[in-house]
Design a protein around this ligand. Structure first.
Ligand code: FMN
Length: 190
């Protein structure tokens, strides 16, 4: 299932600044839930930084990457292959040509485990490089989390701190301490 979160305007006045949130897309590739939980955290925080988030699996975005807001990807690798809910997306990505992702602005965080020495972070690295090769604009350096290390969560926390600094600048959004009014989460079919 795809969970999407969107704003419900609290005012119909066209000048209402509070309702002017920028769309944002958070996509995960996850078998055992870590990447999905990290993606959910970014989604929960997004309204605090002026964004209206949509959360879904990478496969849910196959064939349709948006250009009207940042795309943030959190994904794992399994024996160098995508998670089950990212396999269609990775296939589709490899079929794209140069410039097919022009206008897509993105950032990637990889959940990996360096015990898999030869394929460590293979899918996050592949996605990060493929987006750039196909004309996408990387907004932030790829985050690299190693679940075999004690600092796995700290690395993710630092990635998100840097991400929000970058995104609020890039999209001129405004940080707010009380964003939740007018914020609704809806669940839609896959
Ligand atoms: N991590 C890597 O970086 N590269 C791999 O090739 C890789 N293969 C894995 C294979 C198996 C069977 C398992 C259990 C883990 C593997 N990992 C690998 C580690 C996972 O990607 C890592 O634990 C990740 O945090 C899991 O994310 P998820 O809970 O979102 O699925």
């Amino acid at each position: 299932q795809v969970i999407s979160a969107s704003t419900t305007p609290t005012s119909t006045k066209p000048t209402a600044v509070a309702g002017a949130r920028c769309p944002m897309y958070i996509l995960y590739g996850s078998n055992t839930g870590t990447s999905e939980a990290f993606a959910q955290r970014i989604t929960n925080d997004a309204p605090n930084y002026g964004f209206a988030p949509t959360l879904g699996s990478l496969d849910s975005a196959t064939g349709q990457l948006p250009t009207d807001g940042p795309v943030v990807i959190v994904t794992a690798s399994y024996e160098g292959q995508p998670a089950d809910n990212a396999a269609r997306f990775v296939d589709w990505l490899s079929s794209l040509k140069a410039d097919d992702l022009k206008g897509v602005r993105y950032a990637v965080f990889g959940c990996g485990n360096s015990d898999w020495t030869t394929t460590y972070q293979r899918i996050p690295a592949l996605i990060d490089e493929s987006f750039e090769k196909r004309g996408g604009e990387r907004l932030a350096p790829r985050g690299v989390g190693d679940s075999s290390q004690g600092n796995f969560f700290e690395i993710f926390d630092q990635f998100t701190i840097d991400l929000w600094t970058t995104l609020t600048k890039a999209y001129s959004t405004v940080r707010s301490e009380s964003p939740t009014s007018g914020f609704a989460v809806k669940i839609v079919d896959p």
